[in-house]
Each structure stands twice: as C-alpha cells, then as structure tokens.
Design a protein around this ligand. Structure first.
Ligand code: NAP
Length: 327
C-alpha cells in the first residue's frame, strides 16, 4: 500500500498511481490469452493496492473486458474501471469508429462484459478523422448524463483535438504513449495536460517489456505477438535499446531499485501521471512497491537523458500501433 494517490476529476475515489494495463490479458496481438493467470493477476493487483484497471473492447475483441468483469464480481466497488470506445473491427481488422451510433452500441457491450452498471473513466481510444470530434463528445456527454459513465478521457489525441472535444464536454484524462524511450508528448500533450489539469494515463510505461530489465536479444515472440512487427525489436535498433537499458540499470542500482522500478518511477516523476503497467501474470506485478514512494532527483534525470541520447542513435516511436481510419 502507498500514500501515492491521484485525484481524477469527476471521480470520488482517489486513484493509485500505478494502474493494471490489460491489453495482453485480451490475448490478441500478445500470443494468445491465459485466463487463469489473468484472473490471478487482477486479484494480485488489488492486493497490492492498485485500484485502477485499464481495458478496451478491442483487447481480444471483448475478451479482456470479459475476464475483468468475471474477476471483479463482488469487488467492483474497489476499483476505478477505465475502458475505451471508438475502435471497431471486422474479420479481425481494427479501424477507427467514433460515430454516435457506434458509441451507443459499444457502451452497452462494455457494461455487459464488465458486469457493471457504470464505467468510471470512458476514453476515446483513437481520434476518428471521419467523425467530427464534437459529435463524439456530445454522444459521450449524454452517457455521463445518463449515469452510465462517470468521467471522460481521450487517448492518442493532440492538444488541438482535445480543444475541440472540450468545447462540448469536460475531459478528466488523456492516455498517450509515454515511457523512457517514447517521449513525444513532452512537446505538447504533457504541458497541455498540466495546464488544463488532466490526469495523464501513460501507456506502455515498460515499452512493451523492453524496459522490464528482463528483455534479452534472443527473446522469441510467439504467434501474433505485436513485438514481431515493432521496429524497436528489430536490429540494429534492438541492440541500441538493450544497451540503453543496461546503462540505465546503473542508475536503478544506485537507488537500490530494479530496472523496472526505475522505468515506472521515471514516468511517475514527470507529471500528473498514472503508469499503465501491462501485466498478465501475477508475478509480473509483484514489484509494485519497489516503484512507489521514492523519487528520482535532477541529477538522475540529466544522467538518464545523456544515456538515451548517447545510446539510441536511431530512435523510433510507437506509430506502428496506430489503427487505420474507417474505409
Ligand atoms: P508495457 O506496460 O510497456 O509492457 C507490458 C509487457 O511488459 C508485458 O506484457 C510483459 O511482457 C512485460 N512485463 C511486465 N511486467 C514484467 C515483469 N515484471 N518482468 C518482465 N516483463 C514484464 O506495455 P503495454 O501492455 O503495451 O501497455 C500497458 C497498457 O497500456 C496496456 O495493457 C493498455 O491497458 C494500455 N495501452 C493503451 C494503448 C492506447 O492506444 N490507448 C496502447 C497500448 C497500451 P511479456 O508478458 O511478454 O513478458
């Protein structure tokens, strides 16, 4: 348990600064599901004081939400349940779809799978260039009025897109990619969030396992694992990122912490953030306490920046994950 909590506007319950990310629990794009371990991971997260669970309909095409709904039976009130809206799929192909009629359908599907009567934080997963943002925002605001949703968020939105949204409905949170290797939001989204008092749910804080401290050059990815197409996991870049992790580890050692704790701590020390730690086995999150209740100082931050600049000569972002627009 920890004193580190954060308030998400519109929600009564304070949020833990580490959330459980459940994309991999859905199975698809992560080499397949393992429901027994998934349920144990959710239980373990609650035991460790994590009270935010982030999911999405598209994670395993409903499977992640379904597993969470089952695992939380009798425990729903203990958590802040964050899910998403605005991606659609056909024959396993995902595309952006934030039309009001899609939203009306999706919220009912999510409530049913999650076995709840309300969603605490409802986030637009990706901006849909074919639907005016104000139409999406109006449909979501109606869900708040109807009591189906408590607070609204957006994911992968630019400040200009958030401005459009906020003309219609208030935003409580934004969910961008953010980790030691993916820092694009520092230019615009992070300052915007600070200025407008939005909580930042930082996704991929371990850069899909690269920052776990356990990734090795010979790691094999199974089945449909998205890391087979992630450009960071291809040589010669993979080597550069692994070298950076080895050098960053020295800073973690100085604090008597694991590499993984350093990666999470760094995200937590950069602003009003919640780190969405992706895990699918209980032992993966057993180190939560190691990441909480300490701080990186200014000298650490400078040293980290120097390592990243020196080691990663050919950086690449998470753009490969962006789903296409509607046909
Ligand atoms: P992540 O948190 O950066 O990395 C998760 C992966 O790291 C795990 O699947 C696991 O890989 C590895 N890992 C975790 N704990 C570990 C440990 N103790 N030791 C060794 N390896 C460990 O990546 P993410 O899952 O992509 O992102 C986190 C969450 O953010 C997602 O689950 C989702 O909720 C959210 N997200 C949102 C978006 C969006 O567009 N809004 C996009 C991506 C993610 P293995 O199990 O393979 O070892």
């Amino acid at each position: 348990m920890t004193a580190e909590m954060l308030s998400i506007p519109g929600l009564a319950k304070p949020a833990s600064r580490i959330a459980l990310g459940t994309w991999a629990i859905g199975g698809a794009m992560w080499g397949g599901p393992d429901d027994e371990n998934a349920a144990r991971t959710i239980d373990k997260a609650l035991d460790l004081g994590i009270n935010v669970i982030d999911t999405a309909p598209v994670y395993g095409f409903g499977h992640s939400e379904d597993v969470i709904g089952r695992a939380l039976e009798g425990k729903r009130d203990r958590v802040i349940l964050a899910t998403k809206v605005g991606l659609n799929w056909q024959d396993g192909k995902v595309f952006r779809d934030s039309r009001p009629e899609r939203i009306k359908q999706e919220v009912e599907d999510s409530l049913r799978r999650l076995r709840t009567d309300h969603i605490d934080l409802y986030q637009v997963h990706w901006p849909d260039p074919k639907t005016p943002i104000e139409e999406t925002a109006r449909a979501l605001e109606q869900l708040v009025t109807d009591g189906k949703v408590r607070a609204l968020g957006v994911s992968n939105f630019s400040p200009a897109q958030m401005d459009e949204f906020r003309k219609v409905a208030p935003l409580a949170a934004v969910q961008p990619p953010y980790n030691l290797f993916e820092r694009e939001i520092e230019k615009d989204v992070l300052p915007y969030a600070i200025q407008n008092k939005l909580v930042v749910l930082a996704y991929g804080p371990l850069c899909r396992g690269l920052l776990s401290g356990r990734m090795t050059a010979d790691r094999k990815f199974e089945g449909d694992d998205l890391r087979k197409t992630d450009p960071k996991f291809k040589e010669p870049r993979f080597d550069q990122y692994l070298k950076a992790v080895a050098d960053l580890k020295a800073i973690a050692d100085k604090h008597g912490k694991s590499m993984l704790a350093l990666a999470i701590r760094w995200v937590l020390d950069r602003g009003p953030t919640i780190a969405l730690w992706g895990a699918r086995k209980p032992e993966q999150i057993s180190g939560v306490d190691d990441a909480l209740d300490w701080k990186l100082n200014e000298a650490d931050m400078k040293e980290i920046d120097a390592i990243l600049t020196r080691d990663i000569t050919d950086p690449v972002g998470p753009e490969f994950m962006a789903p296409p627009a509607r046909a």
